[in-house]
Ligand binder design. Structure first.
Ligand code: SRM
Ligand code: SF4
Length: 560
């Protein structure tokens, strides 16, 4: 990119950050404020943290002439969403000691803690480190947590595919030692040569970068919404390689017609591990070199791809890898759902997928979810996996231990909780939004359960309660709960108002379209009631709700 183009402010911050150190140390020492310096707020993201404040309390504090109630959110790096029982116990305790206590499973298979005060960031990272957990590169302009199909691993091939999440995560880690110096008190780096970073250099990526791996026929990771989507090609019980899709990304900005959601385009197939890793790496270098560094709204790979053209992007990657991609192999996705309940893999190990509404793990008046999971972890007889649908899998349970774990799940009513949740609720996801997300225009996870309680009777009224409708909600158009890839998408525009999107499919291969703008709850329910009625009457055989609304063109005329 020409240096004459004006770079965005974040580019300068990255460049002058001394390999992501910024003035974080000084910011931490400043006892006058609970915040950190403005530039450091950008740098700290690369270490896996965001500065936030409690938006519910802004007015009250402003009236008292108090500073905002600053806190920090920390996000772990868990490739493929795997965590051991010991690590879960550590996360449980750290959450209790240092954060709000709620553990939040994200839509990219990892966990976040909210509400850390500045002084507790370092002890938190140190405690995570003792449990062999880190938060490196889970935020910022860098490769994020690599997601991978988490459904119970049914064959040795799932393990093989799964291993790529970690390999890719390690390949794309930054070389700077800043995280170790600042948070873990490791020795200061004197010889800066050890930090030379051929991939990220000194400006990192133009924007965040996301990679997901899917194992057909399940597309639980929403592979096409990633900058790079890898689709495992399994033939004759052998992992032959991966189809590579690039250019997925969901964020739009209200009122900015230049921004759009996009699903990835399959550009070819690669077979050997060496070639797979090389291809992934060079896709990043092309985006690094050609991505837009002046307008952050247009900086994701999807815009680079559409500007360069798919052929040109692929050729540039091939020039850098030194080999051509093979033609894509056939594959078929049928679902994005988690498989609730017990499942057994070919090695005889058991997996229990439990429903966790919007990924929020806590004890409340209805269910002691957090205590139950701690008790399961304390048996030492399981591992855990997080899913991209914000659920959790109690994994790797030996046959002889299944009854024992099942008894705990029953005692804490986890099984009942999972089995009695309605189909629409079990498929739903909502983003964090208020009160911590600074970008939220409307509620997300705090409102979705309540709205679903009003949608469920409508489905019962039309005898549709067993339909696996995918409904997703976000508090703004950034798309953190992937609402544009759902059958019913609700995208916040203002407090209590949502754009209604319709027409996504079950496999995650079609984006929905805007149907109506800025609806309140009464309007949303009325629209859905009418639509459920006509769906019941006019659907073709087993046609899904998304396919029906698409066929009937229940989408804003300007979008058809
Ligand atoms: Fe996201 C920003 C939460 C998945 C697109 N996202 C944010 C921030 C950090 C707000 C901010 O920048 O200050 C939110 C923090 C809220 C909070 O208080 O915790 C936030 N995003 C989340 C999570 C926790 C939602 C959830 O409820 O699970 C997800 C964390 C995933 C993870 O573990 O890494 C999360 N975000 C996503 C996804 C879905 C995905 O990746 O599968 C998307 C859409 C896909 C995509 O990237 O295109 C997404 N988040 C964004 C964007 C828009 C990026 C863009 O291309 O413009 C922002 C805003 C930004 O980066 O400027 C954003
Ligand atoms: Fe915040 Fe918007 Fe993401 Fe929701 S979609 S977490 S409101 S940035």
């Amino acid at each position: 990119m020409s240096d004459k183009i004006k770079l965005s402010a974040i580019e300068k911050i990255k460049l002058e950050s001394d390999a992501l150190r910024g003035s974080i140390r000084q910011s931490l020492q400043d006892e006058i404020t609970g915040a950190i310096r403005e530039d450091d707020q950008a740098v700290i993201k690369f270490h896996g943290m965001y500065q936030q404040d409690d938006r519910d309390r802004r007015e009250e504090r402003a009236a008292k002439k108090l500073d905002r109630l600053y806190t920090f959110m920390i996000r772990l790096r868990l490739p493929g969403g795997f965590i051991s029982a010991k690590q879960w116990i550590a996360a449980n305790n750290i959450a209790g000691d240092n954060s709000t206590g709620v553990i939040k499973i994200t839509t990219r298979q990892t966990i976040q803690l909210h509400g850390l005060i500045k002084a507790s960031i370092k002890p938190t990272i140190q405690a995570f480190n003792e449990a062999h957990l880190d938060s490196i590169a889970t935020c910022g302009d860098i490769n994020r947590n690599v997601s991978c199909s988490s459904n119970p691993r049914e064959s040795p091939l799932h393990d093989k595919v799964f291993a790529y999440a970690n390999k890719i995560s390690m390949l794309l880690m930054p070389k700077t030692k800043a995280y170790y110096e600042i948070w873990l008190d490791e020795e200061l780096v004197v010889d800066k040569k050890v930090e030379e970073d051929p991939l990220y250099q000194d400006r990192y990526m133009p924007r965040k970068f996301k990679i997901g791996i899917a194992i057909p026929p399940n597309n639980d990771v929403d592979v096409f919404t990633n900058d790079i989507g890898l689709i495992a090609i399994i033939e004759d019980n052998e992992l032959k390689g991966f189809n590579v899709a690039i250019g997925g990304g969901l964020s739009t900005t209200h009122g900015n017609a230049e921004t759009y959601a996009r699903l990835g385009t399959v550009i070819g197939f690669v077979d050997t591990e060496e070639k797979i890793l090389k291809t992934v790496y060079e896709i990043l270098t092309v985006q690094r070199d050609f991505g837009n560094r002046s307008d952050r709204k247009l900086a994701r790979l999807k815009y680079t791809l559409d500007r360069m053209g798919v052929d040109q992007y692929r050729k540039e990657v091939e020039k850098r890898t030194g080999f051509e991609l093979e033609p894509a192999r056939p594959f078929s996705f049928t679902s994005r759902a988690d498989r609730y309940g017990w499942e057994q893999n070919d090695k005889g190990r058991w997996f229990y997928t439990l429903f966790i509404e919007n990924g929020r793990i806590l004890d409340d008046e209805k269910i002691a979810l957090k205590t139950a999971l701690l008790e399961v972890a304390k048996t030492g007889k399981t591992n855990f996996l997080f899913t991209s649908n914000q659920n959790m899998i109690i994994s790797d349970v030996a046959d002889k231990n299944k009854e024992f774990i099942n008894e705990i799940l029953q005692r804490f009513k986890i099984i009942e909780h999972t089995e009695t949740a309605s189909a629409i609720r079990k498929n739903a996801i909502a983003c964090v939004a208020l009160p911590t997300c600074p970008l939220a225009l409307a509620e997300g996870q705090r409102y979705m359960p309540e709205l679903l309680s009003k949608v469920e009777p409508l489905l019962v009224k039309h005898n549709l309660e067993n339909e696996n409708i995918i409904m997703r909600m976000t508090g703004c158009p950034n798309g953190c709960a992937r609402p544009y890839a759902s059958e019913i998408g609700l995208v916040g525009t203002a407090i209590g108002k949502y754009n209604l999107h319709l027409g996504g499919d079950h496999a995650g291969e079609r984006l929905n379209k805007l149907y109506k703008e800025a609806l309140d709850e009464v309007q949303i329910l009325s629209e859905l009631d009418t639509m459920f009625a006509s769906f019941k009457k006019e659907r073709n055989n087993t046609e899904s709700f998304g396919d029906y609304t698409w066929r009937k063109q229940f989408v804003g005329a300007e979008n058809i």
